[in-house]
Design a protein around this ligand. Structure first.
Ligand code: BTN
Length: 265
């Protein structure tokens, strides 16, 4: 069941995808990877990829839905021993940048942005979602499971989502394409280990809505408000400047609207 290497395609990364399992169907690749790793200690870089998920998990308790055999849905196991638990969000930044790098391989001239915390948008439409689940032991990160859902060949008609095919008209070979993703993940992971400051700078530079006046919804009191994203704290909280001063939000506490505020171009 555990096959070595990423299928029949040449995987040029050093360790991401060397231990590779492809499942036609599973509840969730994140869940599968988590329980397999409890049964047998898996090597860093192990990838579980699936053609279909019956209970795909999204951020903040949402579900992740994807048509059978149309998109990339996979989870990667990492052991970032070099990261402090207080700095877990740095991995989220690196993985969002990796997914963006991957998308940019195919969509060179389009605006590909990271919407906080780690969605990837192309021209304002979501093309990739990431769900990171960390195992913590004491004050150490024990393991990290990086779940990525990338829209590749599915055509969406909801106006909110895009895929590589909906933009380019090209049908992609999913297994071949995911080896490119492995190289992107590996490159950003190594960069995180050696040059974390570059990861933070690149993340900020590509952050959707940075320094623009935009609408947000405060999920605690249900109210909409205007504000300007000023940055992201080391712990991953979003810093927004509002008329009432600076506010800092956790992921569940805020929803960012995709429309610009009326007085911005
Ligand atoms: C989001 O809500 O934007 C995050 C979606 C993450 C989806 C991926 S698909 C592969 C992996 N397995 C899951 O159950 N979820 C992640």
């Amino acid at each position: 069941m555990v096959s070595s290497g990423a299928g029949q395609y040449l995987n040029s990364s050093l360790f991401i995808g060397n231990n590779y399992v492809y499942l036609e169907e599973t509840a969730s690749t994140n869940e599968y990877l988590q329980s397999l790793n409890k049964e047998m200690k898996l090597p860093g870089g192990t990838v579980i990829s699936a053609g279909y998920q019956t209970r795909g998990r999204g951020q903040a308790g949402a579900t992740w839905e994807s048509e059978k055999d149309q998109n990339i849905m996979l989870s990667v196991l990492l052991y970032p021993k070099f990261l402090k638990t207080t700095n877990q969000f740095a991995l989220s930044k690196a993985m969002a940048l990796a997914a963006r790098d991957f998308i940019l391989t195919f969509l060179k001239d389009l605006p590909v942005k990271i919407k906080w915390p780690n969605d990837i948008l192309v021209s304002g439409q979501k093309i990739c979602g990431i769900l990171i689940e960390n195992g913590i032991k004491g004050d150490q990160i024990d393991y990290c499971i990086i779940g990525m859902g990338l829209n590749i060949n599915q055509i969406f008609n909801d106006g909110h989502r895009a895929s590589l095919k909906s933009i380019t008209g090209i049908d992609f070979d999913l297994r071949e394409t995911e080896t490119i993703l492995f190289s992107c993940i590996e490159a950003r992971y190594l960069q995180l280990r050696n040059h974390e400051a570059t990861i933070s700078a690149d993340y900020l530079e590509t952050l959707f809505g940075l320094n623009q006046k935009r609408w947000f919804k405060d999920n605690i009191n249900g109210e909409d408000f205007e504000g300007v994203i000023k940055g992201v704290h080391t712990d991953g909280r979003l810093v927004i400047e509002t008329d009432e001063g600076e506010k800092i939000y956790n992921m569940k506490e805020i929803t960012q609207r995709l429309t610009l505020s009326s007085n911005e171009g």
